[in-house]
Design a protein around this ligand. Structure first.
Ligand code: FE2
Ligand code: FE2
Length: 316
């Protein structure tokens, strides 16, 4: 008779994984390079704005970045701006003691740079309307942020692993689509940070798979099948996300191929053995979800290509 594996309690897992957090913090601090937001912004290109100092108001013609990148720059900056909400969420999951607390604060300080550098770049280069941006920021932060999985350790850390990689892809492609080499360089720098963050959370969940594979798999299935981008509460997000997908900056294909699958592969989710019955069922559900996601991505790509072809035919 085999004995059914028993799920570890969250407190047990938290303690068991603390040495992993220590190791990952050390690795991160040794790998991350110091960088300065001010070096990425062409301040001498700036002009005083209308208002208190009586400069010139923003005009759409001021913006030198491509229209398709503008929505993405706005969404990406608002997402970074919502850092107080994410800090609170991560602290609810990791607490503020020891290596967990150290990581939460270090991560927050690094994330803060992203909002600083993107805002300075956009304001100095007049890439987007600063009044609309400020109003959107106020509205977005007023909504606040609630981690969809509450303070759940495994679901919280799994969510951020995918979310960091998603923002990496989105920042990188936004920079590429901007048509401005300065913007591209800045966004590539930010994307590099997001990649290191992703590695931290991915390795944490990798260790959780070793500590309790069945429980971790159930958490991963829950997160992958319900994943939403962190900026999904931004006013007009649906319309903006369609524009971003049409521009190939972030779409279902990228989500499936460059975000979800690489992380699942790294964890060896489909090679795991010794799972309990509930986890086996979760894995089947995960596989079915991924098939559906892949098909939806292909449908979207086909429709996008058709629209593109029609536009080109109209142009003659
Ligand atoms: Fe960020
Ligand atoms: Fe990040």
């Amino acid at each position: 008779m085999s004995i059914a594996p028993v799920s570890k309690s969250e407190v047990e897992l938290f303690r068991e994984l603390e040495p992993v957090v220590e190791k990952e913090v050390d690795r991160h601090v040794a790998t991350a390079e110091e960088w300065f937001p001010h070096e990425y912004v062409p301040y001498s290109d700036g002009r005083t704005y209308a208002g208190v100092l009586g400069g010139e108001g923003w005009e759409p013609g001021d913006s030198k970045v491509t229209p398709e990148s503008r929505e993405a720059l706005l969404v990406n900056l608002l997402t970074e701006d919502n850092l107080p909400g994410y800090h609170f969420a991560l602290r609810s999951v990791f607490g503020q003691e020891g290596a967990y607390g150290y990581w939460t604060n270090r991560w927050t300080a690094e994330e803060d740079r992203h909002g600083i550098v993107i805002r300075d770049y956009l304001t100095v280069t007049r890439a987007i309307d600063p009044v609309a941006l400020e109003r959107a920021r106020m509205a977005h932060l007023q909504v606040g942020y609630a981690m969809p999985y509450g303070a759940d350790l495994l679901r919280g850390a799994t969510y951020v692993a995918f979310q960091e990689l998603a923002t990496r892809v989105s920042h990188r492609n936004t920079g590429k689509a901007s048509g401005d080499p300065l913007c591209e360089r800045m966004m590539a720098r930010v994307a590099k940070d997001e990649n290191l963050h992703m590695i931290f959370y991915r390795n944490f969940i990798g260790a959780a798979f070793e500590a309790d594979p069945s429980q971790t798999l159930r958490a991963v299935k829950d997160v992958v099948t319900t994943f939403e981008m962190p900026g999904n509460t931004i006013d007009g997000f649906l319309r903006k996300s369609v524009a971003i997908a049409n521009a190939g900056i972030y779409d279902l294909r990228l989500h499936h191929d460059e975000v979800v699958q690489p992380i699942l592969r790294k964890w060896g989710v489909f090679e795991l053995t010794g799972l309990d019955a509930e986890a086996e069922q979760a894995r089947d559900e995960l596989a079915a979800f991924l098939d559906g996601l892949d098909q939806a991505a292909t449908r979207f790509e086909d429709r996008r290509a058709e629209r593109q072809a029609r536009r080109e035919a109209r142009r003659g």
